[in-house]
Design a binder for this molecule. Sequence first.
Ligand code: ADP
Ligand code: MG
Length: 338
Amino acid sequence: MARIARLPDSIANKISAGEVVQRPASVVKELLENSIDAGADKITLSVKDAGKELIRIVDNGAGMLREDALLCVERFATSKIIGVEDLDSLKTLGFRGEALASISSVSHFELKTRTAKETLGLRFRYEGGVLAEESGVQGEQGTTMSVRNLFYNVPARRKFLKSNATEFQHIFEVIKSFALAYPEIEWRMYNDDEELFHFRTPEMAERLNFFYGSDFSDSLIELSEENDYLSIRGFLGKPAMQKRKKLDQYFFINRRVIQNRMLSQAVQQAYGELLVERQAPFVLLFLEIDPSRIDVNVHPAKLEVRFDDERSVRNMFYPVIKRAIQLHDFSPDLAATA
Ligand code: ADP
Ligand code: MG
């Protein structure tokens, strides 16, 4: 007797949700990526109970037509690629069409959306991935996604969520990196109904000082260099700022937040002896490279990219960092008093 049965979508989505959605912060990351991909320049995040009770993202992006709004929660349904070859010229943050299927299957999910063309918006409510209600709503152009009671139907997962302080910290890290990577977007965040920030202008200094303390931006080295192959822009911290063991290190490749060993090591080497043992300098660097030279499809949460020619990237990257550091006088005396 044959024993294999195809799992229904509702179960398959729930199982694979484990890869995409580990915790509230992963939901926040996926939803923010979608809002950016939809062209929003105003994004508001609200969380309650560290995202365990509610994660809501309001954007003023393109919105969706009814047909798309119904499809967007299906697995492998995406407007961002048509074929595998599109991954070579990817301009969007998303491409797998998995996030909303996963998120909606493990939460009480509500989607409101309106395109510029429609006068009335649409609202869809899902319970565990099943459409429970559809109605029309008044509302601005754009999309609002509300994720309630994450993992309500996956008790094992829910149980493994950490304290509110920890889960909130993860969420905050995510939105912080987006707010730094996308200065042109007006970001706003609420935690349990209290406004934490609202960045109305693209001023980087305002954001850096908010996240790292007043005057932080004054003590950064700004750099901007490019050749045919790679463009590098951003900020480097002075070694003297390394009071704590590790400040943040951000690498954005084509506006995607990523971790990359080669880049971190190159930075570490460029600072070299300026760093006291085990210090890692603050860096916030935007790299732009032809999308065909990187593979973004190597990590479930898209946190890593692979370069087609890592050596060339390093050969260009390292001297730029080294030179920027050398141009500034980081003599130990200054460092000690800074
Ligand atoms: P992906 O981002 O990989 O395409 P998702 O599951 O995250 O997959 O989203 C599915 C689709 O839903 C997207 O391709 C997009 O067309 C649509 N979508 C999701 N979020 C938004 C949004 N905030 N505004 C407009 N369209 C959206
Ligand atoms: Mg997405």
